[in-house]
Design a protein around this ligand. Structure first.
Ligand SMILES: NC(=O)c1ccc[n+]([C@@H]2O[C@H](COP(=O)([O-])OP(=O)(O)OC[C@H]3O[C@@H](n4cnc5c(N)ncnc54)[C@H](OP(=O)(O)O)[C@@H]3O)[C@@H](O)[C@H]2O)c1
Length: 319
């Protein structure tokens, strides 16, 4: 089976590429910057130029491909790219996949998309889910929550750098997952016929509130966090205010995610059934405690190495 992976340079996409290559798949990555994607080539993937904002670059990437895994999304720092990448780009992908008679299209969506039509990213994710189902291409949709990898920037780094962490007063539980585990589910779906034309709510085994994550990082860092609490109503008010101005649309989109914080997760009950379908033992999954522990150990080792190098340099100077 030959795979076309979109978004291979991203947080999730790179894990999918690595695991697919390890499993012996032929992997082609659609990338828009060869230099940035060179590590994927070193791992053994074939790189082809493509840009979701340039429709003419998409169909040629499908030659000889059996399945497509789309792990791409617009970068937050690229203004106006949401419509072009997550909507128009994905429509082009679906069209090209139909023409190429693709046997499986794996798409990553987000939890509760249909409830948040007021959030542009959620609206386009829901729209693409609908278009994909209508296309008659065999599909698998994974609705995801948060990634462990995002928590480093959100919690660990601010604690280490003594910067404030912004949290809302509400206790919202989120079952984050490691992208390595999401990649495992994704590739397993290609081998299990039962997963064809199905939508799965993929979530970790434990729900976390922000105060628990902060406690964990404080213990591992040996440092207290500077926590700033923002009432949810204030976040929503700011979101509505920015929504009036075109220039504020990007800020508004991001703040609108505050809405999600008020909604209960609805997928926890089916998690164990899901693991059964994919024949993945819950014990195989990476736990958040272990993920953070490994991060802090690696960081400490790096700091020690830097210190050691400095001491060596100073010694050499003295000699
Ligand atoms: N992160 C989360 O917590 C979360 C939660 C729920 C769902 N998801 C979904 O999971 C998937 C993976 O997310 P992620 O956080 O791993 O993404 P990410 O790290 O932001 O990576 C985005 C990827 O999309 C590529 N891309 C952006 N614009 C492109 C364009 N015009 N043409 C071609 N490629 C383009 C990027 O390539 P460059 O390197 O060239 O920019 C990169 O490889 C997405 O569908 C996302 O919506 C994520």
């Amino acid at each position: 089976m030959s795979l076309l992976i979109i978004g291979g340079t991203g947080t999730l996409g790179r894990q999918i590429v690595l695991q697919a290559l390890t499993k012996g798949y032929q992997v082609r990555c659609l990338v828009r910057n060869f230099r940035k994607a060179s590590f994927l080539k070193e791992w053994g993937a074939e790189l082809v130029y493509g840009d979701l904002t340039k429709p003419e670059t998409i169909p040629p990437c499908f030659n000889g491909i059996t399945a497509i895994i789309d792990a791409s999304t617009s970068r937050a720092n690229e203004l106006e790219s949401l419509k072009k990448v997550d909507w128009e780009g994905k429509l082009c992908l679906i069209e090209a996949a139909k023409v190429a008679n693709i046997q499986r299209f794996v798409f990553f969506s987000a939890q509760n998309v249909e409830q948040f039509e007021n959030i542009p990213l959620m609206k386009v994710k829901n729209g693409i889910e609908i278009k994909l189902k209508e296309s008659r291409i065999p599909f698998t949709i994974f609705r995801l929550s948060g990634f462990y990898q995002g928590l480093i920037e959100q919690y660990a780094i601010p604690i280490l750098e003594n910067l404030p962490i912004w949290v809302t007063n509400e206790n919202t539980y989120i079952s984050y997952m490691d992208t390595q585990d999401i990649a495992k589910f994704c590739l397993r779906s290609l081998q299990i016929p039962q997963t064809k034309n199905q939508t799965f709510f993929l979530s970790g085994l434990k729900d976390w509130v922000s105060s628990e994550i902060i406690n964990l990082c404080e213990q591992l860092a040996g440092q207290k966090a500077k926590v700033q609490r923002v009432p949810l109503f204030l976040l929503k008010l700011v979101s509505r205010f920015f929504g009036f101005f075109e220039w504020g649309q990007n800020i508004s989109d991001r703040l609108a995610f505050a809405e999600i914080l008020t909604t209960e997760n609805n997928f926890s009950n089916s998690t164990f059934d899901l693991y059964k379908i994919f024949k993945i033992e819950p014990a195989e999954l990476i736990q958040l405690d272990d993920y953070f522990l490994e991060y802090f150990i690696r960081l400490l080792k790096r700091l020690r190495d830097i210190n050691f190098e400095d001491i060596q340099k100073q010694k050499n100077l003295v000699i």
